[in-house]
Write a protein that binds this ligand. Structure first.
Ligand code: SAM
Length: 223
């Protein structure tokens, strides 16, 4: 979880807005080699994480927090992570991220403790740690006080209207002959807002026709 201690998430941790603790499932192993995997019943490739250490590590967290936090199993078989999920999870006081390894986790442990199964995309990684870090990053930037400008999470891509964000420019006004659109330097807030909305619609249509269709549908049903 070292990657989270830099930049925005790192600052949020230093300010006490967020804390992340890694629990080593091996500490709950039942044998002297601290192993937590075994062969799959029925044969087949690879190893499976055993139920007992996984369930006991979750029970340890429940005892420690005196709560039964939502337990998210990172899995390629889960629902694909998206911004609305990040918003929903950001409202929780505590979250547990269960990171699988090998061929995955004994199904009985999943039945007993998992409340949400989430994937970060249709590809298979070796473990759940990177997906957990992706989710923690996306969720933590929605917590009050984490971003300097609270508005930026609302106007960003996948924000309230479901569109991609408009193009952004900074100094200089002219970079190798490419000029910043004039409207952005006009100081006319209504025109700037109108231009940004048009650009957001245009680029969503170009880059993500699937999102554009949803946007049209939502706005058709609203009128
Ligand atoms: N045998 C499993 C299957 O076919 O569904 C894949 C296991 S994968 C090699 C090992 C672990 O990596 C999983 O238990 C999960 O925690 C994590 N993982 C792999 N791909 C992932 C993805 N796309 N999203 C979230 N977690 C993933």
């Amino acid at each position: 979880m070292n990657g989270l201690s830099t930049s925005i998430t790192g600052r949020a941790m230093n300010k006490g807005l967020l804390s992340v603790e890694a629990i080593n499932i091996r500490d709950f192993s039942h044998d002297k080699h601290q192993s937590v995997d075994d062969y799959p019943y029925g044969g087949g490739a690879g190893m499976v994480m055993q139920a007992a250490p996984v369930v006991e590590s979750y029970e340890y967290i429940c005892q420690k927090t005196k709560k039964k936090p939502r337990c998210i199993y990172l899995s390629p078989q889960g629902k694909t992570f998206h911004q609305r999920m990040a918003e929903e999870f950001s409202k929780e006081e505590d979250l547990v991220f269960l990171c699988g390894h090998y061929e995955g986790v004994d199904e009985r442990a999943l039945e007993m403790i998992v409340t949400d199964e989430v994937s970060i995309g249709d590809y298979v990684l070796t473990g759940g740690e990177l997906p957990a870090m992706v989710m923690i990053d996306a969720i933590s930037r929605l917590l009050p006080g984490v971003l300097n400008n609270e508005e930026s999470a609302v106007t960003e891509s996948f924000g309230l209207d479901g569109l991609l964000e408009y193009p952004q420019y900074s100094r200089p006004e002219d970079f190798r002959g490419r000029k910043v659109p004039e409207v952005l330097m006009s100081g006319h807030h209504a025109n700037i807002a109108k231009w940004r909305k048009e650009q957001a619609i245009f680029r969503t249509k170009e880059k993500r026709p699937d999102l554009y269709e949803k946007y049209l549908l939502n706005n058709r049903t609203k009128t």
